[in-house]
Design a binder for this molecule. Sequence first.
Ligand code: ARG
Length: 587
Amino acid sequence: MNPTQEKLKVQFEQALVAAFGADFAAIDPILVAASNPKFGDYQANVALSLSKKLGKKPRVIASAIVEKLDVSQICETPEIAGPGFINLKLKTTYLEAQLNAIQADSRLGIPTAKTPQREIVDFSSPNIAKEMHVGHLRSTIIGDAIARILEFQGHDVLRLNHVGDWGTQFGMLIAYLREVYPQALTTANALDIGDLVSFYRQAKQRFDADEAFQETARQEVVRLQAGAQDTLHAWKLLCEQSRREFQVIYDLLDIKLIERGESFYNALLPGVVEDLEKAGLLVENQGAKCVFLEGFTNREGEPLPLIVQKSDGGYNYATTDLASLRYRIQQDEAKRIIYVTDAGQANHFAQFLQVARKAGWIPDDVELVHVPFGLVLGEDGKKFKTRSGDTVRLRDLLDEAIARSYADLKARLQEEEREETEEFINEVANVVGISAVKYADLSQNRTSNYVFSYEKMLDLKGNTAPYMLYAYARIQGISRKGEINFENLGSNALVLEHETELTLAKYLLQLDEVISTVEQDLLPHRLCEYLYELSKKFNQFYDRNQGVRVLDAEEPQRTSRLILCDLTARTLKLGLSLLGIQVLERM
Ligand code: ARG
């Protein structure tokens, strides 16, 4: 509900009480957006819903309400329509006053959260010694946007990178490198991530084929967990190699994260198992320690166990998540923990969260949310791969987006017969390329799969980053052309007349509601949709035929319209920044 609706609601409550008595306090006026602008802006359906209770015709109830209703500050005189709808049309003076207030506010009238709290966003989280893949790209982009929105709302956000930096795979990798390339374990920078990934692959092959090697690898894990100097050193070097490579991606995408990988929780794992035992949840099953789950069964229809400690003493992904969950609740004092991973991990989250809940580890005031997302598909509808069928390196993917946006820009400049410096072209190509990848991901409902298409995401038309950036740059172009400083337009100067001005004005006032919706449902595409709609409404307002003149309008309209331009640009800039997208003054 937006602030206007909230105010109207209060007025309705007073009217209901005045008309029908105190029992009618707190009744929902059932205020909805009008189905057709012809009927105004809002419609209240409360008279219909009260008809039975009061034993009166809805129209009679509606008149009784309207008689007591004082919305004169906000709306024109309410009208009763059809069987008893109350139609409300916002006053132009009200819209002007609202926008005047927003114009003066660097947050564009968006209040911070009423109860700011510690929130954790667990996102990106690639695995050491493996390449970061498109799934991690989605997690990184979506998680970052969510974190930015929560930060803007004034929450105390901890951005955690739960990297996979622990476990049996390191025993295997270290044992293998000891044989084939021991320098890698003692010298920094001896490997780049490409080598590391291929060594990892070879080590895995060896592990699967050779029993003796399996034993060596296991011993290496034991040595690692016991903290043996040389193994630990080797492990650290491997982590650093990967970390450096991840950092390249984070820098390109402008992502800030605190690394707190699985290894961080290593010492806490035995405590998890002990406490599950104390809670009476632990069952031994063929040497493994597990907790039986409700609502999950195996193929045979038998109850499914969640293994928290394997028969060889090792711990699982879920055990680490149980440990990290406790740490985040107890030490970090998080009130909401948000996990951003592919939808394929939904069962994992449902399972360990069920165990934590049963163990009584989750206080009532702590909310845990898995934020799942769909797959990235190629244009053929299959899993996104390179032409040769390999997984796409993120570095290459981002470089290609930039290269293509560079080529597009060169072509456009030629067409427009514009001369620009190489520095300008590079800067624009970079911003557009990266924004295009981010926006293409964020503008889809994250729960569905999305088709990765450079062509679509770089298109200047449609719900794309270039379109949004262009809308912003176009408005800045108006200020350049008219030599107008948007910051010096004066205050309280809005006069709204034309239909397209009113539509744009009303839409500008809705950012608030959109942001608080995203704060709740964690679906950033709603913000993209809003920004896209806003650009379209701006274009209608600025359109020669449908809209109004701006630079060559008379005063006071000229200034008023320039303020609308500025407010639109500022809204776009703020909205895009919350998506992790930087604007360009010119492009
Ligand atoms: N490293 C995992 C992967 O690549 C993602 C970790 C997500 N976070 C978590 N707390 N489980 O799939």
